[in-house]
Design a protein around this ligand. Structure first.
Ligand code: F0G
Length: 441
């Protein structure tokens, strides 16, 4: 099967609308009703050739073609919206490891826990999976400038892929609220960085208005082509597991694009016969920025109430008005999923435990382990069930957080957060005997 045999179109997700549009339209929501859009397909696959498609995915691992070396484009039959994949803008993204994490499993009282480390991507976060498809679509549409609002990782990734494509990149970030590792990446990759005096939600509102009124091509996850690439996180995971789904897949939730993409991927893989059941999806939010948890636990899941002053030291998910909440809710419904929230100290401790497995991640990613611990304690996740957590960003993204945790200086709005696993550096005179005594050698 090639892309030529597959019809791709945009479709409104609203049940009352379901309008369809060509994939070469430059809009981000439904022009008719304002609803979110999916990239949808008539895949033209039947049960008989699923095994041969799986074999083709595997064969490409030994190919030297850039699109075959990408852990996104290698699965292009499952995201076939590009007519000419030789023009894909790729940095060999994806291809991220699955790690068994025995200390983290113990901490959450699970028999077994596996971590899929998206922080091993070229710019250090899962955003690269979606940015390769988003920037490729920007090129196909003839855009010359791409833009996004960001808590740091989207902007770093967009800046890198725009640089590869020779495009101008403009990023809008909440001033003083993103980790330096991320901000420095955007500067280094040559993006124009605008620090907005406001929070992420303010930056998002402004960039959406600008994208409607100007030639800026918007690459936030409201852009459905971004989410097509992020589907590959789930597809690659299934390939690594020989297409046998785990019981649970756990992700942090901020703007809710990633959970939406992963839900769509599992649904499509299930409908096409690549897997024989859907894993359950758990989305974890930080307590001070948990509007989706509030929606999930409220009686009426049609009324979304944004959080006006989101607060968390996990700045990646400090978002009060996530654009993709309807798609994320759909993912929860498709997968019989759940939503949980966790405190600042739970995030800090979980992050340190992931470190003790020799892996490490940024704060938002650690919300997964903190959430899993809570869900096991509540009996929602069984101790013998097999759980995979997605670590969304690299440990090195936010060294300030890590240093503050280990030296007992972590605080949110003046409230100290004490870590159970703090590992302070020792200080000693430059004298061997003193050091022997200190280390009890
Ligand atoms: N983890 C990390 C490390 C992130 O950077 C983000 C989002 C999330 C989790 C949440 O994913 O938004 O798809 O629910 N970061 C965005 C950004 C908002 O601008 O970098 P989500």
């Amino acid at each position: 099967m090639t892309a030529a045999h597959t019809a791709a179109y945009l479709q409104c997700i609203e049940g009352s609308c379901r309008a369809r549009y060509d994939v070469d339209g430059k809009f981000y929501t439904c022009p008719r009703c304002g609803g979110l859009l999916d990239v949808a397909y008539e895949f033209g696959l039947d049960d008989r050739n699923i095994d041969s498609v799986k074999a083709m995915f595997a064969e490409r691992k030994s190919s030297s073609l850039p699109i075959d070396r990408s852990g996104v484009w290698r699965f292009r039959e499952l995201l076939p919206f590009v007519s000419d994949t030789t023009k894909a803008v790729t940095l060999a993204e994806g291809n991220t490891a699955l790690y068994d994490a025995p200390r983290s499993a113990d901490y959450a009282r699970l028999a077994r826990l596996t971590l899929k480390h998206q922080g091993l991507n070229p710019t250090g976060s899962f955003k690269d999976n979606g940015m390769t498809t988003g920037v490729t679509q920007a090129v196909a549409l003839g855009a010359s400038t791409v833009a996004c609002a960001s808590t740091g990782n989207t902007s770093a990734s967009m800046a890198a892929y725009a640089a590869r494509a020779g495009m101008r990149a403009v990023v809008f970030i909440p001033a003083g609220q993103i980790a330096y590792g991320k901000l420095s990446q955007s500067l280094e990759y040559g993006a124009t960085v605008v620090e907005i005096e406001g929070n992420f939600d303010d930056a998002m509102r402004i960039v959406r208005e600008l994208a409607d009124e100007t030639d800026l091509y918007l690459l936030n996850s409201i852009n459905p082509f971004r989410l097509e690439g992020q589907k590959a996180i789930a597809i690659e995971m299934m390939e690594q597991l020989d297409w046998k789904p785990p019981d649970w897949v756990v992700v942090p939730g901020g703007n809710l694009g990633n959970s939406s993409a992963i839900g769509k991927a599992f649904k499509e893989m299930f409908d096409l016969g690549f897997i024989d059941r859907m894993p359950r999806i758990a989305i974890i939010q930080a307590e001070g920025s948990a509007p989706f948890y509030d929606l999930y636990s409220s009686g009426d899941r049609t009324v979304f109430r944004p959080v006006s002053k989101p607060a968390t030291l996990a700045t990646a998910i400090k978002i009060g008005n996530p654009v993709s909440w309807k798609k994320a809710l759909r993912a929860i419904e498709w997968s019989r999923g759940v939503v949980e929230k966790v405190s600042e100290s739970e995030i800090g401790d979980a992050k340190a435990v992931i470190g003790r497995d020799g892996i490490g991640c940024e704060p938002a990613s650690a919300a997964t382990l903190a959430g899993i611990k809570r869900l096991v304690e509540a009996g929602t996740i069984g101790e013998q069930e097999w759980v995979i957590a997605i670590l969304t960003g690299n440990l090195l993204k936010d060294p300030d957080y890590t240093m503050n945790y280990h030296s007992g200086r972590l605080a949110l709005d003046g409230h100290a957060i004490t870590g159970r696993f703090a590992n302070k550096p020792l200080r000693a005179a430059a004298d061997k005997d003193t050091i022997r005594r200190l280390l009890e050698l």
